[in-house]
Design a protein around this ligand. Sequence first.
Ligand SMILES: Cc1cc2nc3c(=O)[nH]c(=O)nc-3n(C[C@H](O)[C@H](O)[C@H](O)COP(=O)(O)OP(=O)(O)OC[C@H]3O[C@@H](n4cnc5c(N)ncnc54)[C@H](O)[C@@H]3O)c2cc1C
Length: 419
Amino acid sequence: MRFDSLIIGGGLAGLVCGIRLAEEGLRCAIISRGQSALHFSSGSLDLLAELPDGTPVTSPLNALEALNKQAPEHPYSLMGAENVRHFAAESEALLARCHLNLQGSYQQNHQRITPLGTQRATWLSPEEIPTATLGWKRITVVGIAGFLDFQPELVAGSLAENHIEVRTAELTLPALDTLRNNPSEFRAANIARVLDMPEQQRLLIDELKALAINTDGLFLPACLGSEDSQTWQAISRQLPCPLRLLPTLPPSVLGMRMHHQLRRRFLQLGGIMMPGDAVLRTQIEQQKVTAVFTRNHAEVPLQSNNVILASGSFFSNGLEAKFSGIREPIFGLDIRAPEQRDAWCKEDFFSPQPYLQAGVIVDEHFQPRLNGQRIENLYAIGSILAGFDPIQQGCGAGVSMTGALHVARQIIDNHGGNA
Ligand SMILES: Cc1cc2nc3c(=O)[nH]c(=O)nc-3n(C[C@H](O)[C@H](O)[C@H](O)COP(=O)(O)OP(=O)(O)OC[C@H]3O[C@@H](n4cnc5c(N)ncnc54)[C@H](O)[C@@H]3O)c2cc1C
């Protein structure tokens, strides 16, 4: 089987790259072993929330010069400020083409309300996520009886510190009793499957209406709308006050929905998805990847003009930490990581952890190296890259998306040149 581009990993980076390439008519396949970080994410996309020295960022683009000085190996510094700006804008347009209704802009971070009731700077959030600009003075935080992945009292405690009058309440929703009987099944994604059914929405609306009195708005855990935001919109229209959804512990309905919508767009464009398959080994000849072998294609090699490694960080096993060191398991690419094992982590759990900056070394084209040599048709994108800390710097989605589009741009330009 032969492709223009073969992408290893179907998380945010792999899907965005695949969509852009498929939009330009390139024959593109994504091999993806399992769930991605999106399934566990807040559903909000971060661009740059804090500099490495801890300075908070309000306008990500204005902070790129300082970032370049503090972290010259950061993927944004390698790509260059103009490319970050260009591909951040292009990311927003691509997400809109995937019918993702998001609030926010790359010009300015907004503060989203977290499941702990605190505020966190981010780039784009699903439209149903509450932000600090709401200005509501009286909020009712509504939990679901027996659902432990969302604690209304925690949210209420933090909101009250900001001089907001907060009430908590609980929905009973007997339709959820079957799930409730099995605590391991009583998770956000399963609840959404029940509440997305039109016949259940009437009962939910009735319970919410009873709570929508003497309050500026309702907060509910994000257990609605597995496929899109229409359920939330339909319910909101029936209520006398606005309704907003807060992300829950994983699995995250908002993150999963984003994954579905990106995947759907890729497939609609004619992209080939190989879910549940895993790249086991590759063949490199004369500094080019000439064949990729997967669990399901162990004998028949997959061949491609370009190979894009988007297999994620430790969380997705795109990187592995062994006693001997940190390694990239598919190609064995050159890695940047603290040499001494005891320097990987800091004892203080809440301080930035050095292992998070470990990853594959790339040049300004996002091309990695194997034993110091560039592989001509190989690129690396997303959280597998070295030089950034997605948690402390709040830049995970931005690095994944802008990097994916940076690489897609080069492949498209080269393809045009070859045509
Ligand atoms: C738990 C968690 C929550 C996060 N939440 C947020 C958030 O709310 N906002 C934000 O901006 N950022 C968040 N991040 C940062 C996140 O890393 C990026 O935003 C981004 O989603 C990473 O995408 P990725 O495509 O690089 O990697 P991943 O999403 O990890 O995807 C990698 C994919 O590659 C596949 N894969 C790995 N090895 C192979 C193989 N050999 N063969 C085939 N497939 C393979 C994996 O199964 C996986 O599907 C979060 C990260 C984690 C770990």
